[in-house]
Design a protein around this ligand. Structure first.
Ligand SMILES: Cc1ncc(COP(=O)(O)O)c(C=O)c1O
Length: 397
């Protein structure tokens, strides 16, 4: 069997056509494709505005810097992050000069456990970042309730959960700002990239300014440096507003190639999601008889899990050694990756010390969890092969 990877990026004729169109128009910096992708991606996530940027980490950083400016946060400000996530979530807080406090995760959803949040709230806590990990939405009802009670901002990290929803309401539409990654292996991919989505114009304007060096004017005419239409405000001030900078910004923009790739993928997002869901359901059915040994990703009826990955947690008392299991699967050419271990990362041990002990659920996952893929490039043959390989291993334990 050829290697079964955890991620998959397919390039169809539409991607090629849109990219060629951008190239033929000699348009490399942001233009119509970026604008269309931003608008459509935001709309699908219940937001009015999208601002494309060069990574999911930049998206988080921009979100944090926007709220930092609006609410005058300082270096004492604390942000709550889950104890299991890709390191970029908490790194972005550190890059923004904020303090990170971790919250343990729920043992069945693997997402930030709302019951654990209150004990980490102090007078300096200003924001929660729920991460919809592995494609599974967080318990946003409880998180938003707590945010309201304690007057906290909410940034949803939706990097792994494009199109996931709760009761039909898409992730990204619950909090103040939503950040997405479109790096390869993410459901919609632009190679490298990210997008921040918001509902209100004020935040969008700050985000657009921050993404482009802190520009004063973020109107379409000023943003398109080759636009022949002149912004009416352009010459109102001493400095040309197109090149007037009002905040310390970043160079986090992307160009038309990423926009073209993203738009092409969005146009077939429904079929991508359908295939992923079918694949996950097939794996769940095939593996259900092994659930006394391994925990599979289940979700409540009203939740749409989008299965960016398929997490597997070895159950307590099963006697299964993770290293042996993972090595066996890798030898079978089934790629595995660790289940987003964070607190035991060498760099975090240096920054935060040995705090893993204080987070028993995350600690258990760090040592007993991994994930495999269930992406839209997989067919029945690969899925059956995965199920049979896992069955053969577990039977021998
Ligand atoms: C939960 C989460 N947040 C943020 C990121 C960062 O995205 P990027 O790699 O595009 O910077 C990732 C990347 O995989 C992620 O999984």
């Amino acid at each position: 069997m050829e290697k079964i990877g955890v991620g998959y990026a397919s390039v169809t004729e539409t991607e090629k056509r849109y990219v060629m169109d951008a190239l033929e128009n000699e348009r490399l910096s942001q233009g119509k494709y970026v604008a269309r992708f931003e608008k459509e991606f935001a709309r699908l996530h219940g937001c009015r505005y999208g601002v494309m940027c060069n990574s999911g980490t930049s998206a988080l950083h921009l979100a944090l810097e926007t709220l930092k400016e609006l609410d005058s946060w300082n270096e004492e400000t604390e942000v709550l992050c889950p104890a299991i996530t890709f390191i970029a979530t908490s790194n972005a807080c550190l890059h923004a000069g904020l303090k990170v406090k971790f919250v343990d995760v729920d043992p069945s959803t693997y997402n930030m456990n709302p019951e654990e949040i209150e004990k980490h709230i102090t007078k300096n806590t200003k924001c929660i970042i729920p991460v919809h990990a592995f494609g599974m939405p967080c318990d946003m009802e409880k998180i938003m309730e707590l945010a309201q009670t304690y007057h906290l901002r909410v940034i949803e990290d939706c990097a792994e959960a494009h199109f996931a929803a709760i009761g039909g309401k898409p992730v990204g539409s619950f909090g103040d700002i939503a950040a997405f990654s479109t790096y390869v292996a993410h459901t919609i991919t632009t190679g490298t990239g990210g997008i921040v989505c918001v509902k209100d114009q004020n935040k969008m304007e700050i985000l657009r300014s921050l993404v482009a060096h802190g520009r004063a004017c973020t109107c379409e005419r000023c943003l398109a440096s080759d636009s022949d239409q002149v912004c009416p405000k352009r010459m109102e001030t001493e400095l040309d507003r197109r090149f007037m900078f009002v905040r310390l910004g970043y160079s986090y923009r992307v160009g038309e190639i990423e926009g073209a790739l993203g738009l092409a993928q969005l146009e077939r997002s429904e079929s991508i999601m359908k295939k992923r869901r079918e694949n996950a359901e097939y794996l769940l059915k095939g593996l259900e008889s092994m659930e006394d040994q391994i925990q599979l990703p289940h979700h409540p009826e009203n939740v749409e899990h989008t299965y960016m990955m398929f997490p597997i947690l070895i159950k307590k008392g099963s006697g299964i050694e993770k290293e042996r299991f993972v090595r066996y699967l890798e030898q079978k050419n089934i790629e595995t990756r660790p289940m987003l271990p964070l607190l035991n990362q060498p760099v975090y041990k240096k920054i935060f010390g040995n705090i893993e002990e204080q987070y028993p659920v995350a600690r258990y996952m760090n040592h007993h969890g991994f994930y495999i893929g269930c992406h839209h490039g997989m067919g029945r043959e690969q899925l059956d092969y995965i199920i049979e390989s896992i069955r053969a291993f577990l039977q021998e334990v």
